[in-house]
Write a protein of this length. Structure first.
Length: 381
């Protein structure tokens, strides 16, 4: 590093100046001593007596107020200097930036060790290390709204079997390194939970959701022509994606037994490090017993998650696995009738976190209870 070399050169210059001043002071003293001896005409013994008398008068204050004071205050001065150096390092990123990566990480590890102790240091540092390696993108202004409604008359999805789910997700994403959002990306709706879980841990899709429909309706969708599949996505599901408030164009729709995959084309700059992203749509979902997973797979600041539902026909149970704050407590998040509201103010949430909503149709539950009661009332043969 260049900076330490400059520091060594400065220390060498300081030593040279000190030696030079000592030589000059000694020379001046000898010259003045010789001049006084010649001009005053006193003998050398008398001059030596004067010098010794002056030394005897000067030594006590030097010993008391210089050496002794320095000895007594040396530890305090060292502690104060250490504190000032530490404050300079901790409050000045430019100073820390002069060091290589390994000394920086050692500084972080040592700081953690002083805060939590030796045993917990490895655990805490293990949490911090991936972020020091810049492996995660992060999100701000995270807003996720889910609305559950009864299905209107539809030839493909009967209202007695299906409900309609409206979702609107908005956030600003900050990309770290070179892994920005490509101009062509996918949005996926997966029938199989294993496929959904696999994609939740990857970066293939901009957005992924669980699609719970019967095989009959899925077969009908797969049998549609490409133009009809596109029409279903655009008009029935109203799937839209906006990047920096500019609507993206649907490139391709592929509906298979695994679910629905939609490819989008965006005109944003691929090298842009900060993008505003919005995904909105509605989709069919089987009534009865449904699970909705709101997954936070990247560090997210101050997320807001809201689910609203018709309390007359549906009941919702919420299982948050976010932070430990009061905002995530079920009794606080479900204060409003027909709504679950979570808002973590000025708080970071780290992956993998989220909320699971269990939605049950009251009529479905009632019919199931009645069926169980009837089955229990039938005497054994």
């Amino acid at each position: 590093m260049e900076q330490p070399k400059k520091g060594k050169n400065k220390r060498k210059n300081l030593r040279s100046i000190t030696v030079m001043l000592a030589i000059i002071t000694t020379a001046v003293w000898l010259i003045l001593l010789l001049a006084k001896y010649i001009i005053s005409g006193v003998d050398f013994s008398s001059l030596l007596d004067d010098i010794i008398a002056n030394i005897l008068g000067i030594l006590p204050p030097i010993i008391l107020f210089n050496f002794l004071y320095e000895y007594l205050t040396k530890e305090h001065v060292a502690d104060e200097m250490t504190e000032q150096i530490t404050q300079t390092l901790m409050s000045n990123p430019e100073t820390i930036d002069l060091f290589d990566e390994d000394p920086k990480k050692s500084f972080v590890r040592t700081t953690i060790q002083t805060l939590v102790g030796d045993e917990e240091c490895d655990m805490v540092y293990g949490v911090v290390e991936p972020y020091l390696e810049m492996q995660y993108n992060f999100r701000r202004f995270f807003r996720y709204n889910i609305i559950l409604r009864d299905y209107e008359d539809d030839p493909l999805f009967p209202s007695d079997l299906y409900m309609r789910v409206y979702e609107d997700l908005t956030y600003k994403k900050h990309y770290i390194g070179d892994n920005g959002l490509p101009n062509v990306f996918q949005v996926g709706f997966f029938v199989n939970n294993e496929e959904l879980d696999r994609e939740l841990h990857g970066q293939t899709y901009l957005f992924r959701e669980n699609l719970k429909i019967r095989s009959n309706e899925l077969d009908a969708l797969t049998a549609l022509s490409p133009s009809d599949q596109l029409e279903f996505i655009m008009n029935q599901m109203s799937l839209n994606v906006f990047i920096d408030d500019v609507k993206c164009k649907i490139q391709n729709v592929d509906i298979t037994r695994k679910g629905i995959q939609v490819s989008f084309l965006s005109g944003h700059n691929e090298t842009e490090k900060t993008l505003k992203i919005e995904v909105m749509f509605n989709m069919p979902q089987l009534k009865g017993h449904s699970e909705f997973l709101v997954s936070i797979s990247e560090p997210t600041y101050s997320p807001m998650i809201q689910l609203s539902y018709p309390e007359s026909s549906m009941s919702v149970t919420m299982f948050p696995f976010l932070n430990d704050g009061a905002e995530c407590m079920v009794q606080n998040a479900m204060r409003n009738t027909g709504s679950c509201d979570i808002y973590l103010q000025e708080t970071w949430v780290y992956p993998m976190s989220g909320v699971v909503f269990i939605v049950e149709d009251k009529d479905y539950c009632k019919e199931r209870m009645e069926s169980k009661a009837e089955a229990a009332a039938i005497p054994p043969v």
